[in-house]
Design a protein around this ligand. Structure first.
Ligand code: FES
Length: 286
């Protein structure tokens, strides 16, 4: 159970793995996440399920190396097993035929956006996807997104690939052209989601964001994942992870996310001093 069946690096510090998890694959809906532990003493980390295969009983996880556990997972290989996988957790995305849906994925946020985009496309929406990253090397899953989108626009902050600019500028361009957007779904770094909402608020576009607060149990018991939405305190794990972006207090979320930066850095530096495991090569030998 929870064996890694496939694994590849899809970008610098970004990995994709197919995991055997038949029960989760059977029950999962777009927008939901899992919490995993790599080993008995490991920390619990939440990851959104990027894809699933009902018939094969597998789920796909995509993660970026940011902390001890995600770095450790980067050193795991095909055949290794994860200790626990708990899920699916959180509320599924509300999917229906809205009309025109704009999906915006920034950096690693493209991975959780993928199943939502797929669901929106399958429901008959006209899907416009904006995929963004700081630079070309950090773009992920662009070909996957093209397959499930009616239009795909790619942007890099430094202009090294696609449109030169931020995803918000691309979104503003779509709005300026007079396109009627019925729903916008934005997933990525908190400042990006905040910036997207600043654009959609002015254009009166309903906007859903998927939040990534610090989580521990993922079932509504510890309160670590508190977020403020519309002046109310809600739990990211059981009330979300998706919320009305126009109502989210992004500044508070950013403050809470940085609370453990110091200890996280110390733990990561200690971990990095210990060489371990295999490192799957980047496609092309990079
Ligand atoms: S992670 Fe504990 S209440 Fe949400």
């Amino acid at each position: 159970m929870f064996e890694i069946l496939e694994k590849e690096r899809i970008g610098p510090g970004v990995h994709r793995a197919v995991i055997s998890a038949p029960e989760i694959a059977r029950a999962h809906h777009p927008g939901q996440f899992i919490i995993l532990r790599t080993h008995e003493d490991g920390e619990r980390i939440p990851l959104t399920v990027a894809d699933k295969d009902f018939d094969k009983g597998t789920i796909t996880l995509v993660w970026q190396e940011v902390g001890v556990t995600t770095y450790y997972m980067g050193t795991m290989c095909v055949g290794d097993k994860l200790q626990d996988l708990c899920g699916p957790l959180g509320k599924p995305t509300h999917i229906e035929k809205f009309g025109t849906v704009v999906g915006i994925g920034g950096g690693i946020g493209v991975a959780p956006l993928y199943p939502i985009t797929k669901g929106m496309h399958d429901a008959g929406n006209h899907v416009i996807t904006i995929v963004g990253a700081r630079t070309q090397g950090l773009l992920i899953m662009t070909e996957d997104m093209k397959k499930i989108s009616d239009e795909t626009l790619i942007a890099t902050d430094d202009g090294s690939f696609g449109i030169h600019g931020f995803v918000t500028q691309v979104l503003q361009g779509i709005i300026n052209k007079g396109t009627k957007i019925d729903l916008c779904v934005a997933i990525g770094p908190v400042p990006m989601m905040k910036a997207v909402v600043n654009v959609t608020r002015k254009a009166d576009v309903r906007t859903v964001v998927s939040l990534n607060p610090i989580m521990v149990d993922g079932t509504g018991m510890c309160g670590a994942c508190r977020v403020e939405v519309g002046g109310k305190t809600l739990f990211g794990c059981v009330d979300g992870p998706e919320f009305d972006g126009l109502e989210v207090d992004f500044d508070l979320l950013m403050k809470r996310l940085s609370m453990y930066k110091g200890p996280e850095l110390i733990a990561l530096n200690n971990f990095r001093e210990t060489p371990r495991g295999c490192q799957c090569a980047l496609p092309g030998g990079a």
